[in-house]
Write a protein that binds this ligand. Structure first.
Ligand code: C6P
Length: 413
């Protein structure tokens, strides 16, 4: 694996050359990639780990007595060990490999909530949530007669904590909350929120899709019950992710899917399920994706999550100061604690038109509702333009964004 060469603490701009895709022109301009919240780019170390596995070690896992199957299993299970220590889980049995955050949350909705929910019970979420942390709860509420309730947010895009607490009654069985909002970048004060929920006997699932790539996450210190995240947002391959859950809860839950690998014994009368974590991993998994995910964790750790956090925080502040200086630009999402994501509007230019003009200048941003329609409704907008930063971005990228926005402003004047 190619290790990034540190020049000094927090100076991680050197990372950039490890990401081959960034070294190209798009529409005649050097690529400026500001869409890491949708999917982050992959370093050569990840691409090479996947390619090496495909070339030299590919076989099915947990099934074969032959050498390639052993090698594939070792690499695949090695990724679980890396992920376990990365988020400080207490045991590898708690690391369930999934296809991503969406599947992880659906797993909890169907295997943890569905068997225990009754008519009159409630699931509590916030207005900040991504659709993946809304729709699975709607489905399980429809299936059980439970009710979905929603804590409001303020004009900065922060959860109204008093109102959230007031909604935490005996009827609430689970709180589903994002660590970091994908649309607005808000970092929720999770320690406080989780402590309040647990004090009231409420289980907590955290949607960590936008947090794990950007900061140190310690699931034991957080005190939640479940934590979901995706590989492709943390410089790994798509179609791979994790559900972390407390072992005792996972032990008590029925399987989410049935099939091969999640069983110890099958006959037509009865099936004995496999132990954790395999009970929740039916069928041939995304082996190469998980191996790439393991390599992504190695890479992130070699750079250092604290360094990544500090770098992105400084770059976000720089970006905000530059954006504020643009005539007609309105920031959407101004939380006091914000990650490296910034939504905005420019005059009354439709975000899709703005995104297209930016793309013509080589600048990749996301536009639209960001799979968080309720957030857009809260601000009375059909959508925003969103620039999201990764560890490989630098101030030149921000400067190019600003130049492109100024040009767009003139085009639409
Ligand atoms: N957000 C974005 O552009 P999956 O697709 O399962 O890997 O992740 C879903 C998901 C869940 N929660 C949050 C907070 C997310 O941001 C996402 C994915 C992308 O913001 C694509 S919609």
């Amino acid at each position: 694996m190619s290790q990034p060469q540190a020049t000094e603490a927090n100076d991680i701009a050197y990372c950039r050359s490890d990401f081959p895709v960034l070294d190209q022109a798009v529409n005649g301009h050097p690529l400026v990639y500001l869409d890491s919240a949708a999917s982050a780019q992959q370093p050569a170390a990840v691409i090479d780990a996947v390619a090496r596995y495909q070339r030299e070690d590919h076989a099915n896992v947990h099934r074969g007595v032959h050498t390639l199957s052993h090698r594939a299993t070792e690499l695949y299970e090695g990724a679980r060990d890396k992920l376990c220590s990365f988020i400080n889980a207490s045991s590898r049995a708690e690391i369930i490999h999934t296809s991503g955050t969406t599947e992880s949350i659906n797993l909890v909705a169907q295997s943890y909530c569905r068997p225990m929910l009754q008519a009159g019970d409630q699931i509590l979420i916030t207005w900040l949530e991504h659709h993946s942390n809304i729709v699975p709860w709607q489905l399980v509420c429809e299936q059980t007669g439970a009710e979905l309730i929603v804590a409001p947010i303020n004009d900065r895009g922060e959860v109204e904590l008093d109102e959230l607490r007031a909604l935490m009654t005996d009827r609430v069985k689970l709180l589903g909350i994002g660590h970091v909002s994908n649309a607005l970048g808000t970092i929720n004060p999770l320690l406080e929120i989780i402590a309040d929920a647990k004090q009231r006997g409420i289980s907590v699932l955290v949607d960590g899709a936008q947090a794990v790539p950007h900061m140190n996450v310690d699931v034991q210190a957080l005190g939640c019950d479940f934590y979901a995240f995706s590989s492709h947002k943390m410089i790994g391959p798509t179609g791979a992710g994790v559900l972390w859950g407390r072992e005792a809860l996972l032990e008590a839950m029925p399987p989410y899917k049935g099939g091969g690998d999640m069983i110890l014994e099958v006959n037509f009368e009865h099936t004995v399920f496999n132990e954790l974590p395999y009970k929740f991993e039916a069928g041939t998994p995304n082996i190469s994706g998980m191996i790439g995910f393991g390599a992504a964790v190695d890479y992130l750790q070699s750079v250092g999550m604290d360094n990544i956090y500090q770098h992105e925080k400084a770059l976000h502040s720089y970006m905000v100061s530059k954006l504020k200086a643009i005539d007609g630009l309105h920031l959407i999402g101004t939380a006091r604690e914000q990650a490296s994501v910034q939504s905005f509007r420019l005059n009354d230019i439709h975000p899709h038109d703005l995104g297209t003009i930016l793309d013509h200048q080589g600048v990749a941003v996301r536009t639209g509702h960001h799979c968080a329609m309720p957030v857009m409704q809260r601000f009375g907008l059909p959508g925003t333009t969103r620039a999201s930063l990764g560890l490989y971005n630098n101030s030149d990228d921000v400067d190019q964004l600003v130049v492109a926005l100024e040009k767009a402003r003139q085009v639409f004047a």
